[in-house]
Design a binder for this molecule. Sequence first.
Ligand code: GDP
Ligand code: FO1
Length: 299
Amino acid sequence: MICILSGGTGTPKLLKAFDKNICIVVNTGEDVTISGLYISPDLDTVIYTVAGMIDDTKWYGQKNDTYNCYDMMRVLGYEELLKIGDRDRGLKLFRTLLMRRGSSLSEVTERILEHLNVHIPVFPMSDDKVTTKIYTDAEVLSFHEFWIRRRAKVAVRNVIFEGAEKAVPVQKALKFMKESEFVLIGPSNPVTSIGPICAIREYRNLLKKKEVVAISPMMGEAPFSGPTGVLMRGLGYQTNCVGVAEMYKDFCDIFIIHTTDSQYKKKIEDMGITVYVQDILLSSPEKKKAVAKFVERIL
Ligand code: GDP
Ligand code: FO1
């Protein structure tokens, strides 16, 4: 069993390509309440992906969803920060109701997986509240204020994961991680997707003991997509695979970088990390399969 750490875009692209058993530990630092609903965007993307329901044009929400509820609210002059589909809203409402009755996020996740007939273990990283906060000179932003309202067009000064020091892992997730053959850090945002998981002490300590393989989310001097570059620059890292390796060097044993980045191999090896150069653009089923196969045979 491979234990995969995931955010909500890059790593999900790979999840269906593995032949070996996997379990997935998902970032919850972006969780937020909108219109009374408990929204766990990365968790929902992972659940929809393993259930074969994801809208893989956007990497959030369900495919073929409708937006009647969202549109009706707009008619009434209320615009939600996230455009939530009707069926997606159904899942989020179900979760919210169960949590209001006292279930934890991980318990509800188990229930959802059961109902969707999914047999791949998926865990939120914690049942405790951990909230990613992005500091600029002028203000402190939630992830969605930063990404959706400000379009990531701000100079980032710092990123903190509020609550992470006191948060404990979901115990089943920790057990699966302990018993896994190795941990795979998927090609996710190292700051806001992998950062919150590593900010929880017990995961950090365990990662140092496990074999850890990571896949770069960078191609040259930029990420394949999203705000990873802006966030890394704000924290003082180079916005390339060397910067990501710097962030992971305390626990990463093997790092897979993109074919465009072979000039950085030596620099990363000098950090004590074994480096492989591969095509890691996950743009077709064949390419995803090739990357998954490579990972499965790496150790
Ligand atoms: P988020 O939760 O939506 O931020 O998603 P993740 O953190 O899981 O993924 C975002 C990261 O995925 C970005 O840094 C992208 O560069 C990376 N990514 C997106 N597509 C690809 C791809 O095809 N290959 C690789 N290697 N990384 C990708
Ligand atoms: N991301 C957007 O950029 N725009 C949206 O309207 C949006 C809606 C949305 C609805 C449900 C959901 O679970 C996720 C949604 N996302 C949307 C994804 C959003 O949460 C972030 O892009 C990811 O969290 C990035 O990690």
